[in-house]
Design a binder for this molecule. Structure first.
Ligand code: HEC
Ligand code: HEC
Length: 296
């Protein structure tokens, strides 16, 4: 904050506190001489009149105490422009202290879980409870609070995997992240619109959808040329490349003609962000067990 704004803030804050105090004393009626009377202010609104009595003592002193508290608070904590306060408190060091305290409290628990193999950890109720909380904080924005995913974000509960559902594959996904890359028109950049239509019909036929049978038959050759490298000869996918199984009627994007055509025409780029470095190895172990438990 520049000096000007620092002074600006300080003047307004102190001005408000002292202004309130001044108002309080300036309008105060003598507490010693005046006792409560029936005298009114002399005005009446819709027949309602106002007594002219001093403020109740408790109210008056409470207000004085508030002003003193405010000044004390402003001396101890940062509130006046660039002034740092006598305690040297900042939100950053409070947060650091809380993290350190949490590490001290949970570190040993996490470390113990971190040594346990994923399938075993996935049977531990307490570990799963921690996993669920970690998931809610770190993963649910993308995968949903029940881990069921949404368009472009895979469902983690259905036992169908882009990158594999073994403990090793899940750990790898979490530690290093994943980049799903479907190139436009597969490996056939000169694909004509007619061939796009054919291959889309062929893909639809895998899951028994109503299709243009002639186009689907012609699409088989296009698929063999442009798609098998990643999706495999039978369209069952390849976890090494994150290429989805196209025959199981589980879809990362939509399942109808338009969505699939869109995927083939323009490709898809999709990223699962790496968690290594963001979360500790022990936390990742617990999360992997939680994810594993959702479909096992
Ligand atoms: C910014 C969004 C985002 C966040 C946050 C996120 N993910 Fe993901 N995740 C994705 C996307 C997108 C994919 C799919 C990548 C692809 O298409 O290949 C994915 C894929 C995965 C997969 C692989 C699924 C499969 O079928 O192989 C797992 C497991 C996973 N995420 C778990 C997690 C966990 C656990 C967390 C929390 C630590 C998390 N994700 C946080 C976006 C996210
Ligand atoms: C270089 C590898 C590669 C090639 C070649 C390839 N794909 Fe893909 N495909 C992928 C990957 C990876 C994804 C997942 C993208 C993501 O994670 O968002 C994908 C996703 C898809 C999807 C979306 C599936 C869903 O669940 O929503 C369809 C449909 C698809 N591909 C069809 C095709 C067709 C048809 C061809 C041939 C024209 C083809 N792909 C060629 C790698 C490939």
């Amino acid at each position: 904050m520049s000096t000007f704004w620092s002074i600006w803030v300080t003047v307004i804050v102190l001005g408000t506190v002292f202004g309130c105090a001044w108002l309080l004393f300036a309008t105060r009626k003598s507490q010693t001489t005046e006792v409560e009377t029936d005298r009114t202010m002399g005005h009446s609104f819709d027949g309602i009149e106002e007594y002219d009595n001093p403020l109740p003592k408790w109210w008056f002193y409470l207000f004085v105490a508030t002003c003193i508290f405010a000044l004390g608070y402003l001396a101890l904590y940062p509130g006046l422009g660039n002034y740092k306060g006598l305690l040297g408190w900042t939100s950053a060091n409070q947060w650091e202290k809380e993290v350190a305290a949490a590490d001290e409290q949970y570190g040993p628990i996490y470390a113990q879980y971190g040594q346990t193999p994923v399938p075993e950890l996935a049977k531990d109720e307490d570990a799963l409870k921690i996993g669920q909380r970690l998931f809610a904080n770190n993963c649910s924005v993308c995968h949903g609070s029940a881990a069921r995913g949404q368009v472009g974000f895979p469902n983690l509960t259905d036992g169908d995997w882009l990158w594999g559902g073994t403990p090793e594959a899940i750990l790898q996904t979490l530690h290093n992240g994943r980049m799903g890359n479907m190139p436009a028109k597969g490996v056939m950049p000169n694909m004509t619109n007619e061939q796009v239509d054919q291959v889309v019909n062929y893909v639809l036929s895998f899951s028994g959808r109503e299709i243009d049978a002639a186009a689907a038959t012609a699409g088989q050759a296009v698929f063999a040329q442009a798609c098998v490298a990643c999706h495999g000869p039978e369209g069952k996918g390849m976890t090494a490349l994150g290429a989805p199984n196209l025959t199981d009627n589980v879809w990362l994007y939509g399942s109808n003609y338009e969505w699939i055509r869109e995927t083939v025409l323009h490709g898809r780029q999709n990223e699962m962000p790496a968690q290594g470095g963001r979360l500790s190895d022990d936390q990742i172990q617990i999360l992997a067990a939680y994810v594993y438990s959702l479909s096992n």
